[in-house]
Ligand binder design. Sequence first.
Ligand SMILES: [Zn+2]
Length: 324
Amino acid sequence: MKQYNPHEIEPRWQKAWADADLYKVTEDASKPKRYVLEMFPYPSGDIHMGHVRNYTIGDVIARYSKMRGFDVLHPMGWDAFGLPAENAAIKHHSHPAKWTYQNIDTQKASFKRMGFSYDWDRTVVACDPEYYRWGQWIFLKMWEKGLVERRNSPVNWCPNCQTVLANEQVTEGECWRCHGAVEKRDLTQWYLKITDYAQELLDDLDQLDGWPERVKQMQANWIGRSEGAEVTFTLCGPDGEAPAEPTEDDLITVFTTRPDTLFGCSFFLLAPEYKGLMDLVAGTEYEAGVREVVEQAAKVSAVERAQGDREKHGAFTGRYMVNP
Ligand SMILES: [Zn+2]
């Protein structure tokens, strides 16, 4: 009986495919085009079964399309730039470049063993200057158009990973990568003015055919554009009296989409990050309670705080506002 011996059969055929340049892509304008891209893995080690599943699905689609007569581009590359590589290199007492390219070679060898149909001449490696120069070029073009600005603002900082984290990367005050405590830190950073495109982005959500309504709503919330008015409230003194001539410190401006409902305003809530909040309660019986809320809030991520199912809590400052 003839047995299937993968160690004998697969390398033999993989070599035959490689010798025949079977997966080399040559543009053929007479055929319909198809671009099959799974995703670029992060070279943190060898590939695992999750990769195998993911890239097998893409490979099936690429092969099927090719057999159906499409001109298929099926490239592979590595998302290989940034701090995770540096942290891994520190941990393994290696140079980030050496560590990263070693892992890329390991993964590439595993992909080849799987027999995936990649054109290896079309490889993209994000840490290669030949690749990231284009990111820098795009950044400069945006800078020239006034779409880039530098601001000092509080960020989520992981002292362990020495990196800034997105709100989504902080869970219950912990870093998603190392589970260390995350702190708020004021840092100077670059910002891209995507707000200039808010309306355009919102309008074009309608062009997304076949997208679930829920996902489109999430995108709209993410863009976060809303129309309304700024309303200024006046802060009363510790005696509960409104100042006769309010100074700038006595005025607090809020944004509302419903200025027409202002008469129903029954309380005024300050964010725990509000500048001057602790000055309002300094030396009063309310200081300890407010301090506790502020310290508690610093440990909770912005995403968790925005979730509707969280129990509302706060502390009285002992102060009142005048409803305009
Ligand atoms: Zn961390």
